[in-house]
Design a binder for this molecule. Sequence first.
Ligand SMILES: Cc1cc2nc3c(=O)[nH]c(=O)nc-3n(C[C@H](O)[C@H](O)[C@H](O)COP(=O)(O)OP(=O)(O)OC[C@H]3O[C@@H](n4cnc5c(N)ncnc54)[C@H](O)[C@@H]3O)c2cc1C
Length: 478
Amino acid sequence: MSLWEKYLNKNSLPNLDKNIMVDTLIIGGGITGLTTLYYLKDYQSVCLVDAGLVGNGVTKNTTGKLTYLQNTIYKDLEKNVGYDSSIEYLKSQTLAITLIKDIITKEKIECNLEKVDSYVFTNKENELNKLKQEYEFLKNYVNVAEKKLPINVSSLYSISVNDTYVFNPIKYLNHLKSMLKDKIYEYTKIKKIIHHRNKYICYSDKYTIIADKVIVACHYPFFFIPFCLPLKSHIEKSYIITRKVKKNPKFSAITVSNPGMSIRYLEDNNEIYEICLASSHKTSSNQDDLKNFSNVKKTFSLKDNEIIDSWSNVDIITDDKLPYIGEAKKNFYIATGFNTWGMTNGIIAAYMLSRFILNEDVPFRDLFSINRTNFYQIKSFFSNTINSLKAFVGSKKRQKDWYSDNLKITTINGKQVGIYTDINGKEHIVYTTCPHMGCSLIFNEIEHTWDCPCHSSRFSLDGKCLKGPSTKDITYKK
Ligand SMILES: Cc1cc2nc3c(=O)[nH]c(=O)nc-3n(C[C@H](O)[C@H](O)[C@H](O)COP(=O)(O)OP(=O)(O)OC[C@H]3O[C@@H](n4cnc5c(N)ncnc54)[C@H](O)[C@@H]3O)c2cc1C
């Protein structure tokens, strides 16, 4: 369970109980979808559907830093897409911070928003130059300083900015949920979309929504065409542990590159939580959850009896490190590929998508275009395909000795199943092939979920699909 999950508003809103028609349908109620709904609330016949409770997707597993100091993104972007685009990206991130602050202030949302310094640091000689170049780039545009970290962590060099924030993303979403409840259907999963006579017919289990315009904000789109995301991205996973501490040092920090490490604090109800993240990696090359959790403990010298929550999270990484936000085909919009910066990119996506819908000028339209092709993307298309294959083959060959005695992988009637025996001796049997594209699922022994290393679908102990792109369960049927 993540730290934020405790804050989740579990009083569910009604699910879709009849066929309806709207101008605009938003699929997905994370930070992206709900903020888009907020921007469109006064203008349109608009509704949002979520497969479960809103907020219960990737957003509830984030670390919730609102910062434009993102590893060494600006030097990376300069290399990938050029200097001007790098500056544009910086503008998009600072605008996103302003936009979310405006919403929080206007709607008086109590979500532990706190202004804190952000740091990027390195303890590796070979990253020193890159971080110094990032500093040189940024000092032309923002107030950045070469500054030591305020805690005792091994670091050779660090830089810092002071106009950034941390917040509680679930309190933010809860507020929007109660404000916009008349326009939201929970536990309504869209499984198929058909384009017919300028309308989109969107099918849930029982009912349909006919919409003129559709916004897909469901983290990983559940369809392959249009857009072919599996060929344009890979999945990165990180592990997070929280403990209580006595003082709030009021900063957040992140390392230059993988294996990543990040830290921030949450002060709430007279308690201070330290949120420690480490072991970031591509899921194609590393699938051992137990080992990765224990790396986090080692990195932050965490003792077992201090641990309050531990969880993992995945995000979609694009080849050129820019998100995909825009029109995939006429009146059909997608926002995804946030490269672990979806608090700011989700907000900027919401702003852009609402302006698309309202036919207003859309900033950063070309920069984040769904259909962009640049040299870097073409070059890394091949590495991406290899990555997908590696994840697929790796998942098939996964090492059985990762698992403890209460998990067995076997075959029943020619189909591979996983059998988990819980502490009461009850067996939980599921099919272990992901219904999305056929990868083998990995059992996550800390969180007791079945996770797909290829495209990040996730299933419960009894096979219920908790996260897409899969729209189907893996429940075993006798
Ligand atoms: C370890 C980690 C730490 C991070 N920390 C930060 C950070 O500090 N700062 C930052 O800026 N970013 C951070 N991120 C990134 C950020 O958390 C994500 O990019 C962001 O939460 C994605 O939000 P979303 O709204 O796109 O997706 P989600 O929150 O996943 O929302 C999508 C919603 O769509 C619903 N859905 C899915 N399929 C369907 C369907 N078929 N029908 C209906 N509904 C559907 C889901 O139920 C879900 O509620 C981090 C990411 C990781 C992995």
